[in-house]
Design a protein around this ligand. Structure first.
Ligand code: ATP
Ligand code: MG
Length: 137
């Protein structure tokens, strides 16, 4: 089965949106196979978002991602990488379709409450970065 890495970012946790987000993935039919809450270090954030290291917003992004508690999850199911991204919606909440997580629940690109892997390769790398084998069912 395909797996993806999903993280509820500090603003999503602080705003009490963990249950809402888990509910949407469960209702769609995906299976939760890994979950934990942690406070990422700056170094972990920089490794997680390494592909974006040349972007002007990189430092702000890593500061934000390591600013509080994050709920890290592994979800499993047919097409979960791509369909997970569809459930999440466009990066900029100003452009996310209503009905998506970002379209319904946030307004700022720098505070867009959730991360989802963008390919099956990045999903594998991110699951390895955030989870030990023994932490995934
Ligand atoms: P994520 O990787 O967090 O799931 P994404 O894949 O939709 O988001 P990326 O291009 O990977 O988008 O960007 C990572 C994060 O960087 C975005 O979620 C957003 O918070 C931030 N970001 C992206 N573009 C901008 C921008 N133009 N200005 C400020 N922040 C941005
Ligand atoms: Mg991304």
């Amino acid at each position: 089965f395909e797996r993806t890495f999903i993280a509820i970012k500090p603003d999503g946790v602080n705003r009490g949106l963990v249950g809402e987000i888990i509910c949407r993935f469960e209702r769609k039919g995906f299976k939760l196979v890994g979950i934990k809450i942690l406070h990422p270090t700056k170094a972990q954030a920089e490794e997680h978002y390494a592909d974006l290291s040349t972007k002007p917003f990189f430092a702000g992004l890593c500061n934000y991602f390591s600013s509080g508690a994050v709920v890290a999850m592994v979800w499993e199911g047919k097409g979960v990488v791509k369909t997970g991204r569809t459930l999440i919606g466009a990066t900029n909440p100003a452009e996310s379709t209503p009905g998506t997580i970002r379209g319904d629940l946030c307004i700022e690109v720098g505070r867009n409450i959730i991360h989802g892997s963008d390919s099956t390769d990045s999903a594998k790398a991110e699951i390895t970065l955030w989870f030990k084998d023994s932490e995934v069912a």
